[in-house]
Design a protein around this ligand. Structure first.
Ligand SMILES: [Ca+2]
Length: 486
């Protein structure tokens, strides 16, 4: 059985080539000259490869709105009283808007403001939990003291998103499941911490997913700020290579079953290499399938649940309408602590009034066992990438990391593959809050506290409140889930 990473279809890259000058070259009276740009924006434009945040000033708010629409910019907000529309724009769009009727000035907006930040951890209230709550250890609720195992294409442990304050990597164990196609055997081998295991033909997926789980707080050169769902958790990466087969993925789950208590080896203390309490699994067959309680995958995840380890699954990217089940089969396991995650789209606002992603796999409307458990942000998620990696090169929005050489080290892609790692990181936060919680306790707390966003299918009565075939119990709410854990 061949399985694939759960990444949504990607859009083409927006490119532009234009040159810009700073303010002072055009007179306000000269209607034919393009509007001036601010000094800050002019400085940015020299190296701009993706989009940046701008404030388009008009002679009126109506003029500014019309200009932004005509230039094809993505509007993000406005200061209507002063005739300013806020937008994300490419070089070419900025050039176009400067010559639009009624535009008087184009200002850079890329200070660290809300419009330019990754909004997914706002929608989940995960960032709020990290900032305002503490765990049983008295430390901020960042997932500290928990390792998350990411079973995926691999990871680049040297990526700046994983860099700790002391220069070490958040990736504390770096493993590879090597499978022999002829003998159909797989062995999991430990690699040195610095080895990039994410270089194969679909490379980049695991590095992006790992960043969503536990990227460290990072300020990009454009002023945007990012962090993963659990910016204090450690990462254990288990690479299954590019052409994932179920045996390789099962070998990785089996390795976690055997090593979760001490993933770096018996001699390494939990203070530097904490126990694995959750695995992330953003892969599966296309088109869903029947739940198979006899499968090795299900047996492994049930054994993990018994030993206190949660299993998180991407629900799948096959969309649907409830007339058939398209969700990832092992995620349908009714065992407590096995979570199937649908993709929520906050429409880049950070609010909880968004929609369930069109591509997010639906269960069968008449069979609640096939429904996702919960929703988490999965659409337009910015995380770690490398420009030369296949998946990262399909992204929407290259952005540069903090260092001079970090060109295009962050990118924005979509899929339930991006939703599941939010939940994996949140599970780390919940275990930090209540280390004695069982996997079933974690699932229950997430479900009873979920925010009931209204897009899509109606909610109907379930064992822990109301649930739906497209969104599960609703959008994860980290602050409420911590409270629900008791
Ligand atoms: Ca479940």
């Amino acid at each position: 059985m061949r399985i694939k990473p759960l990444l949504a279809a990607t859009a083409s890259i927006l490119a532009a080539s234009a040159t810009f000058t700073s303010g002072g070259t055009a007179s306000a009276a000269d209607q034919s000259a393009p509007a001036n740009v601010s000094t800050f924006l002019a400085g940015q434009l020299g190296s701009l490869t993706g989009k940046t945040s701008v404030m388009v000033h008009g002679t009126s708010i109506t003029a500014a709105r019309q200009a932004v629409t005509a230039a094809g910019m993505a509007k993000k907000g406005e200061f209507s009283a002063i005739g300013v529309v806020i937008a994300n724009a490419t070089k070419a769009q900025i050039q176009a808007v400067r010559s639009a009727p009624g535009v008087t000035y184009v200002e850079g907006g890329a200070q660290p403001i809300e419009f330019f930040q990754e909004t997914s951890n706002t929608a989940t209230r995960g960032a709020e939990a990290a900032a305002t709550l503490t765990g049983a250890d008295g430390a901020k609720l960042t997932g500290k003291g928990v390792s998350v195992a990411v079973i995926d294409s691999g990871v680049d442990p040297t990526h700046p998103y994983f860099k700790e304050a002391d220069g070490s990597s958040a990736v504390v164990a770096n493993l590879e499941a090597l499978c022999e196609p002829l003998t159909e055997t797989c062995s999991v081998q430990r690699l040195p911490a610095f080895v990039d295991t994410d270089t194969l033909s679909v490379g980049g997926h695991g590095t992006h997913v790992s960043g969503i789980v536990a990227g460290r707080p990072t300020t990009l050169t454009d002023g945007g700020t990012l962090q993963g769902a659990a910016p204090g958790a450690k990462l254990v990466s288990i690479s299954t290579g590019a052409g994932i087969v179920i045996l390789g993925a099962d070998s990785a789950l089996n390795w976690v079953l055997e090593n979760h208590a001490a993933p770096c080896g018996a001699g390494v203390p939990a203070s530097t290499c904490p126990p694995i309490k959750v695995t992330n699994n953003s892969y599966g067959p296309t088109g869903g399938g029947e739940f198979d309680p006899e499968s090795a995958t299900v047996k492994l995840q049930r054994a993990l649940a018994t030993e206190g380890v949660v299993t998180v699954w991407a629900a799948g990217n096959d969309g649907g309408d409830g007339s058939t089940s398209l969700t990832n089969p092992p995620g349908q396991d009714p065992t407590g602590g096995i979570l199937s995650v649908a993709s929520y789209y906050d429409q880049d606002t950070g609010t909880r009034a968004g929609v369930v992603s069109e591509y997010s796999s639906r269960g069968l409307g008449s069979d609640a066992s096939t429904w996702p458990d919960i929703s988490a942000p999965g659409e337009n998620i910015t995380s770690s990438c490398r420009l030369y990696l296949a998946i990262c090169s399909t992204g929407l929005d290259f952005r540069n990391g903090p260092g001079a050489l970090d060109i295009g080290t962050f990118n924005t892609i979509s899929g339930t593959s991006m939703a599941a790692p939010h939940i994996a990181g949140i599970v780390a936060q919940l275990f930090q809050a209540r280390p004695s919680a069982t996997p079933a306790d974690i699932e229950r707390a997430l479900k009873v506290s979920a925010h009931k966003y209204t897009d899509g299918a109606a909610y109907t009565a379930g064992p822990l409140g109301t649930t739906s075939y497209d969104k599960g119990y609703g959008l994860v709410d980290v602050v409420a889930a911590v409270a629900a854990l008791g």
